[in-house]
Write a protein that binds this ligand. Structure first.
Ligand SMILES: *Cc1c(COP(=O)(O)O)cnc(C)c1O
Ligand SMILES: [Zn+2]
Length: 287
C-alpha cells in the first residue's frame, strides 16, 4: 500500500487498516464514508514537488506516489486527467473578476471528472485480482466505470434506475457493460448493487461507499495546483450532486497542504442545479 497510514471515519473518529476494511466504517455503517490518510511526514521527506517537472506521465498517474496503489502496480493506460486548464478572460470580464480559470474535465475519455474515480477503482480491483466491478448510477459514474473497465477488458455490472436517460444507458451498452434496469428509485438500485457486490465479491464503486473514489477525484486539485505553479486560486467553484467531487477537491488541496506544497487551501463553493439540490436544501433548512 502506497504509504497509507490509516482509514479514518469522520463520524466516530475510529481508524482502520486498509487491509481490514474495504468499504465504510464497520461501526457507523453506510454513513461512515472512510477518509484515506497517508504518512505525510514520511512522504514530505521523500517527495519533491519540483521533480514532477520531469514526470513523463501526462495523466492522473503522475501523482501515483500520492495515490492508494503500489508503485509497481499496473494502471489503466487510457489517459485520464492532466486535462487543460484555461484562463478565461472573457468570463472574468463578464463576472467583473480579476482572473478566472476553467478546468476542462469534459476532456476525460468518457466526458467527465468521474473517470478519475473509476480509473482509481479499476486499478485497485486489478491490484487485488478482482475480475468484476459494479456501481449504481443514473449517469456519468456508470459511464466512467464502464469506459475505463472496457479499456482493460474488465467486466462491469451497472444497476440503473429505469428513469435514467436513454442516451446514458446507450453509452453504457456501447462500452459493453451488463446493464440491469431496476424498476425503482436510485436508492433501491444502490442497495441492490451494494448487496450483490458483497455477495458475489465484485468490487463496488458506489459513491460514499468506496473510500478510494475521492482519492481518484482529488487529482484534479493536484493538477490545478501544479498548473498554477503551486500557487492556488482564492476560490474554487464546483458543481455538486451528492458532494463526492467537492470532497475530492478538498482532499487534494488538503494533502498538498500537509506536504507543504501549497501555502493555503482555497475556499470551496459548491453549486447545485435547482432540479437536483438536496445539499443546498439541507444547508438552507439546517438539516
Ligand atoms: C457527478 C457530477 C456532478 C456531481 O458530483 P457529486 O460527486 O455527486 O457531487 C457534477 N457535475 C458533473 C458533470 C458530474 O458528472
Ligand atoms: Zn465510524
Amino acid at each position: 500500500m502506497a504509504d497509507i497510514k490509516e482509514l479514518r471515519c469522520p463520524i466516530c473518529n475510529r481508524t482502520y487498516s486498509p487491509l481490514d476494511v474495504t468499504y465504510t466504517c464497520p461501526q457507523c455503517g453506510p454513513v461512515g464514508t472512510l477518509e484515506v490518510l497517508y504518512n505525510y511526514e514520511h512522504l514530505k521527506a521523500q517527495l519533491d514537488r519540483d521533480e514532477l517537472r520531469n514526470e513523463l506521465q501526462q495523466s492522473m498517474w503522475r501523482y501515483k506516489s500520492l495515490l492508494p496503489i503500489q508503485a509497481d502496480s499496473f494502471v489503466p493506460p487510457l489517459r485520464v486527467g492532466m486535462t487543460p486548464f484555461y484562463e478565461t478572460s472573457r468570463v472574468a470580464e463578464a463576472l467583473q473578476l480579476k482572473r478566472v480559470w476553467l478546468k476542462d474535465d469534459g476532456q476525460n475519455p468518457t466526458g467527465s471528472l468521474k473517470d478519475r474515480a473509476s480509473a482509481m477503482v479499476v486499478a485497485r480491483a486489478m491490484e487485488q485480482g478482482i475480475k468484476i466491478v459494479s456501481t449504481a448510477s443514473t449517469g456519468n459514474a456508470a459511464a466512467a466505470l464502464s469506459g475505463v473497465a472496457a479499456s482493460v477488458g474488465m467486466e462491469v455490472v451497472i444497476f440503473v434506475p429505469s428513469t435514467a436517460p436513454e442516451a446514458k444507458i446507450a453509452q453504457l451498452l456501447v462500452y459493453g457493460a451488463t446493464v440491469l434496469l431496476v424498476e425503482d428509485t436510485y436508492d433501491v438500485a444502490f442497495e441492490l448493487c451494494s448487496e450483490m457486490c458483497l455477495k458475489e465479491g465484485w468490487y463496488c464503486r458506489n459513491t460514499g461507499m468506496n473510500p478510494y473514489t475521492v482519492e481518484g477525484k482529488k487529482t484534479v486539485a493536484y493538477e490545478i495546483a501544479e498548473q498554477m505553479n503551486w500557487t492556488v486560486p482564492d476560490v474554487v467553484i464546483v458543481g455538486v450532486g451528492d458532494g463526492n467531487i467537492i470532497a475530492g477537491v478538498y482532499k487534494g488541496f488538503w494533502d498538498l497542504f500537509q506536504l507543504g506544497w501549497i501555502e493555503r487551501i482555497p475556499r470551496l463553493i459548491g453549486v447545485q442545479a435547482s432540479g437536483s439540490s438536496a445539499l443546498a436544501h439541507a444547508w438552507e433548512h439546517n438539516l
